[in-house]
Design a protein around this ligand. Structure first.
Ligand code: NAP
Ligand code: G4F
Length: 383
């Protein structure tokens, strides 16, 4: 049975990827952060919460990341964890650089030492293109990042390419354009709109406050993008791939469509607040997906109109459940029982230590002693 480690399994992509890989017969491990409010609603909603193996780890804590690799001993790692909200990277640029950028080098170093033969995926982003003068962005388009998040991701992207070339590691990147779903966080504009429109349509709210309506994005459907990244790691050689729909739409297009789907006029409800504008904006993104189509046979299936409808329908359904007195999964956060979490003390961890040759502590100790011994001999002394 193939084993996979997904960093950021609690996020939108992590949860869909976990579902996909479980369906493909993988043993799925995922890292999560211990927080005061548990964040397992996506895994619960997708019905896979009890099927994945959870390892507490934080990208800021290298020891915990090493531990997660050691315990899972994976064939493939998908590094999806990141501080992924662009606006908040302007608020916390240093933290973002450490989590989204530098931590990737630490992870690659860990793999270089522990298991340079496994397959590694890095979640790169179309944000790295920033504001460019090309109507489509491809793997060959020069990068011009326009946010601390994009700069951090670009560093991570380059370091992944460097490790591939310098050490021959299987290190692949996917340059994914925006992808959305009912599992998207509420802070991102797509879910903010569909959730807000759902509430308005049910009389729970009477306005939707947004920022810049004129930027354009290439919006795809998240589960399909997880198929694309899975295909990347089934290749014989590592590479960089753009994943996109090839279409672009403005935030205003999204708003108009969302309101029209519930039969309302957007102008009556949408307010603009400067609070939601960014110090620097990426105005236009549209990806050229010809490489992935040609090399991996992947292509997007869900249209923009279908995507917005999927999200609106699900948000309306959730709010109706709420009005009927039934809870959302995230109203009843479930913390995994301690027996489900693999910790440094747990049996599974101890077994992994014993069985992983490259990490067998007694082996390491023996080797160290041997090296010291011969070194001492060389310099004319011995114990
Ligand atoms: P997401 O929903 O925000 O999920 C991010 C994940 O990273 C969460 O599981 C989060 O854990 C985890 N995380 C954050 N900080 C961490 C830390 N310090 N240590 C360990 N884990 C941490 O993002 P997503 O939409 O699934 O995106 C997945 C990846 O693809 C990200 O790297 C993102 O930057 C990149 N990407 C996304 C898109 C897109 O359109 N969605 C496009 C291009 C690239 P918590 O649940 O505890 O917060
Ligand atoms: O939904 P957004 O916050 O996504 P953004 O900034 O494009 O980033 C997402 O996609 C990237 C891939 O290109 C990922 F790498 C990244 O991790 C993330 O998943 O904003 C989209 C657009 C922006 O132009 C923003 O200014 O919507 C505009 N917008 C207008 N009003 C708003 C709002 N964005 C948010 N979040 N909230 C608003 O009220």
């Amino acid at each position: 049975m193939k084993k996979v480690l997904i960093t950021g399994i609690t996020g939108q992509d992590g949860s869909y990827l976990a579902k996909l890989l479980l369906e493909k017969g993988y043993k799925v491990y995922g890292t999560f952060r211990r927080t005061s409010t548990p964040n397992f609603w996506r895994l619960q909603s997708l019905g896979i919460y009890s099927k994945v193996h959870l390892i507490p780890a934080d990208l800021l804590d290298m020891g915990s990341m090493i531990e997660s690799v050691k315990v899972s001993d994976p064939d493939e790692i998908y590094n999806l964890a990141a501080a992924s909200f662009v606006s908040s990277a302007f608020e916390q640029p240093v933290g973002n650089a450490e989590i989204t950028g530098l931590a990737v080098t630490k992870l690659l170093e860990t793999l270089r030492f522990l298991n340079p033969n496994l397959k590694f995926y890095q979640a790169s982003t179309s944000e790295m293109f920033g504001n460019v003068n090309s109507s489509f962005q491809s793997e060959k388009t020069p990068f011009n990042p326009a946010s601390p998040y994009a700069a951090s991701k670009l560093y991570a992207h380059w370091i992944t390419n460097i490790y591939r070339e310098a050490y021959g590691m299987f290190a692949t990147t996917g340059i994914l354009f925006n992808h959305e779903s009912p599992m998207r966080g509420l802070e991102f504009v797509s879910r903010k709109i569909t959730n807000g429109v759902a509430e308005i349509s049910l009389g729970l709210k009477d306005e939707l406050v947004l920022g810049n309506l004129h930027s354009k994005r290439d919006w795809g459907y998240a589960p399909e993008y997880m198929e694309a990244i899975y295909l990347m790691l089934q290749e014989d050689k590592p590479d960089n791939f753009v994943v996109s729909t090839g279409e672009t739409h403005s935030v205003l297009d999204f708003v108009k469509l969302a309101f029209s789907l519930v039969g309302l006029d957007w102008k009556k409800f949408v307010k603009i607040d400067k609070r939601f504008f960014r110090p620097l904006e990426v105005n236009y993104l549209r990806g050229d997906n010809s490489k992935i189509k040609k090399k991996l046979g992947w292509k997007p299936k869900t249209t923009f109109e279908e995507l917005v409808k999927i999200m609106i329908d699900e948000d309306v359904r959730r709010w109706k459940l709420f009005l009927d007195g039934k809870s959302f999964p995230w109203d009843a956060p479930l913390y995994p029982s301690e027996s489900k979490i693999i910790t440094r003390q747990s049996k599974e961890n101890r077994e992994a230590s014993e069985s992983n040759n490259y990490l067998n502590r007694s082996n390491i100790r023996k080797k160290t002693r041997k090296v010291n011994h011969s070194y001492l001999k060389k310099i004319g002394t011995d114990l």
